[in-house]
Write a protein that binds this ligand. Structure first.
Ligand code: URA
Length: 214
């Protein structure tokens, strides 16, 4: 395309594929159309039940299998994990540093879940979450927020992502989880327009909101 004179850099026809440019400032165009360059990519997917939060699994379907062939080739991976039967907001990116910051409890990014449980949450459960629940195996969890909803289900906000964390926290209070959905990560909410298995790229402001500790 460069040889055919179809590419311009800052309005000047490029003559060599070796030409160096600054991706943050140079405007590259093909046939007069500006070409975008993104170092990293950030998507949200509404994870359906029955799909693994992994890039590859010999036998079972993963969230990567739900993507278009072009996206599948981009090296995206899930930011943290949702259990196979957990639904809702899952981020996919190729930015390892971003993923680490979202997952690390040190970043204090709150993950909000809607849980349906056997039995109804009590004031004592809410207080226990506030203090920090001790799991069945003795693991101490960071303080978390628990809110009982009128329909008997509840909302749980946690900053860590231990294995089966929310399920084990509620189970430790005698309230086994029958359904779990993640609603938000930091200030980023699941786009309710996305049906199970659907995904879309984050906007700039949505990306910023992820680490905003809300
Ligand atoms: N906590 C759980 O128990 N499961 C999830 O998938 C996410 C948080």
């Amino acid at each position: 395309m460069i040889k055919a004179g179809r590419v311009t850099v800052d309005g000047v026809v490029a003559v060599s594929p070796e030409q160096k440019l600054d991706p943050d400032f140079s405007v590259v165009a093909l046939d007069g159309e500006t070409v975008g360059y993104k170092r990293f990519h950030y998507y949200m997917i509404n994870k359906p039940d029955g799909v693994l939060s992994a890039t590859d699994d010999g036998k079972q379907r993963t969230v990567l299998d739900l993507l278009s062939p072009e996206l599948r080739r981009m090296g995206l991976f899930p930011v943290g994990r949702l259990d196979k039967d957990t639904t809702g907001l899952l981020l996919l990116t190729d930015d390892g540093e971003f993923a680490h910051r979202v997952i690390s409890p040190k970043s204090e990014v709150v993950k909000l879940y809607h849980a349906v449980t056997e039995g109804t949450v009590t004031e004592a459960d809410i207080e226990a979450f506030r203090r920090g629940v001790v799991l069945g195996d003795g693991t101490l969890c960071l303080p978390a927020e628990l809110e009982a909803l009128e329909d008997g289900s509840c909302l749980v906000s946690v900053m860590e992502g231990k294995y089966h964390q929310v399920k084990r926290m509620l189970a430790s209070r005698g309230k086994p989880v029958t359904k779990l959905e993640r609603l938000s990560i930091g200030g980023l909410k699941l786009d309710k327009m996305l049906k199970y298995g659907e995904y879309r790229e984050l906007t700039e402001s949505e990306l910023c909101s992820v680490l905003s500790k809300k």
